[in-house]
Design a binder for this molecule. Structure first.
Ligand code: G6P
Length: 468
């Protein structure tokens, strides 16, 4: 239920995403606590201001969220859908995270997976139910001719379903992930592949983070859906929010964390920093192996460098994510046992999410390591050059979306090649100060070219313009 508008008050701009801007927890005394999240969409949506009749439709993700919906509590301007927990688990963990995410990031170990069996079909039916719940809520809340901006792989069927319910609406869909090339996408059962593409093509306009992902989508449509029809396709490369980051990174809690980190690192040492969610596509283990190779190839770095790696838990309902997290920890421990000395811990690994400490690490970074297997954009690659005080060198995977914009001033690596990555780390650590500062300046400028508010407004304008 929309909490601030009357039943007859409809929204002119609607955003739909699985995860909303707020989450709730129930305390022991039964009270509800709300926690606001961050991210590009939150700051993007704030760009249209409070008077725009905007509504954010999202899913309840936890028992706390479901309780908030039932009690009719919630943030103004948001409507949380009380999707049954089992339907949500099938749609989110079963389909979105275990199938669509795997396809677009090309993560399957194909000798044994995927297996599209009867259980998959059952979960797919839940994905349809969950998408329909969004389409129906949006149809109910939207004013005539309103703009609806649907987000991501969780909601690929919504544009088509909503088009059938409300042909008057302007509908867009934005993919925050890569899109699979046709040779990989065709792994999906034929009817499901068709349903995904037709669902997306129900939109007037589709947005992607880079040209590469947009082209992959178009190629899939040409091969499996007879083309893109009348749907327009645009590229919007979400950038870092430089203004927010600079202000936030200079508050006292970040200074505290810097002092703590300096102590863990030890005086006078260089730092190689990475900050990720512990996500299968982030390639944290090979990053550690590359660092180990650096220590083997260049003993002169012993005692003189520290790899600061923050790997924050993600999607821990899935066993494959839990196993991956454990592998990251094991590898870091093994490296510390092999090379560590009483006064030097070669890898400082933290797994507990702490935003202030992440910003502190950005400020201290001499080298930023961003080596994903495949990544829609990777905002960390954009944020670190903005905040690093000495101007960090960016070691960047050629498979990150950010590579299209930052590749020229970064040191490029093939994410599977740990020998090359080790070499790039050495080159980064030895880069002359002048060159390093020049590159970092250009990286920071490119990284902040399209801040979240403008990124959002560009899409809204393109959607509501007669043609573009
Ligand atoms: C990453 C991706 C987004 C996605 C999000 C979901 O940030 O870039 O495309 O929407 O993960 O994360 P969640 O924690 O909600 O599964």
């Amino acid at each position: 239920m929309a909490l601030t508008r009357g039943a007859d008050q409809k929204a002119r701009v609607l955003v739909a995403s699985n995860r909303g801007p707020v989450s709730y927890t129930v305390g022991e005394d039964g009270s509800l606590t709300a926690k606001r999240g961050g991210g590009g969409l939150v700051s993007g949506l704030s760009a249209i201001g409070p008077d725009a009749d905007a509504l954010w439709v999202c899913s309840a993700l936890s028992d706390g969220d479901r309780e908030a919906v039932r009690r009719g509590e919630g943030e103004p301007g948001t409507r949380m859908l009380d999707v049954p927990a089992d339907v949500h688990a099938d749609a989110y963990n079963g389909i979105a995270n275990s199938v669509l995410w795997f396809v677009h990031h090309m993560l399957y170990q194909t000798p044994l997976e995927p297996v599209f069996d009867a259980e998959f079909r059952r979960q797919w039916a839940s994905y349809e139910t969950y998408n329909r719940a969004f389409a129906e809520a949006l149809a109910e809340e939207a004013a005539p001719g309103a703009a609806v901006l649907v987000q991501d792989y969780h909601l690929t069927l919504v544009p088509g379903m909503l088009r059938d319910l409300r042909p008057d609406l302007r509908i867009s869909h934005f993919s925050h992930t890569p899109w699979a090339p046709p040779e990989y996408f065709r792994m999906l059962p034929r009817d499901i592949a068709g349903q995904v593409l037709r669902g997306m093509l129900g939109a007037d306009r589709l947005g992607f983070l880079t040209r590469r992902w947009a082209d992959a989508f178009t190629a899939c449509c040409e091969q499996f859906a007879g083309g893109t029809g009348g749907t327009r396709i645009g590229v919007h490369g979400l950038g870092a929010d430089g203004e927010f980051l600079r202000e936030r990174a200079h508050r006292p809690d970040v200074a505290d964390r810097m002092a703590g980190l300096r102590e863990e690192i030890g005086a006078g040492r260089r730092t190689i920093v990475r900050v990720d969610r512990t996500e299968l596509s982030k390639n944290i283990v090979r990053g550690l192996l590359a660092y180990e190779q650096l220590l083997v190839d260049h003993p002169e770095w012993h005692e003189r460098v520290v790899h600061v790696a923050f790997a924050y838990p993600s999607r821990q309902d899935l066993a494959v994510y839990r196993d991956y997290t454990a592998e990251v920890q094991r590898t870091a421990e093994r490296i510390n046992e092999r090379f560590g000395t009483p006064g030097w811990t070669p890898v400082v690994l933290h797994v507990k999410d702490d935003f202030a400490r992440s910003l502190a690490a950005y400020r201290l970074a001499d080298v930023a390591l961003v080596n994903p297997i495949r990544d829609g954009m990777n905002l960390v690659a954009k944020e670190m050059p903005v905040l690093s005080e000495e101007g960090c060198v960016l070691v960047l995977s050629q498979e990150a979306g950010a590579f299209e914009e930052l590749g020229e001033d970064a040191l490029a690596v093939n994410p599977y090649d740990v020998v090359e990555t080790a070499r790039a780390l050495h080159q980064a650590l030895t880069m002359p100060a002048g060159e390093r500062a020049e590159r970092a300046k250009r990286l920071a400028a490119a990284a902040t070219a399209l801040p979240p508010a403008q990124w959002f407004l560009d899409q809204l304008n393109a959607l509501t313009a007669q043609s573009s």
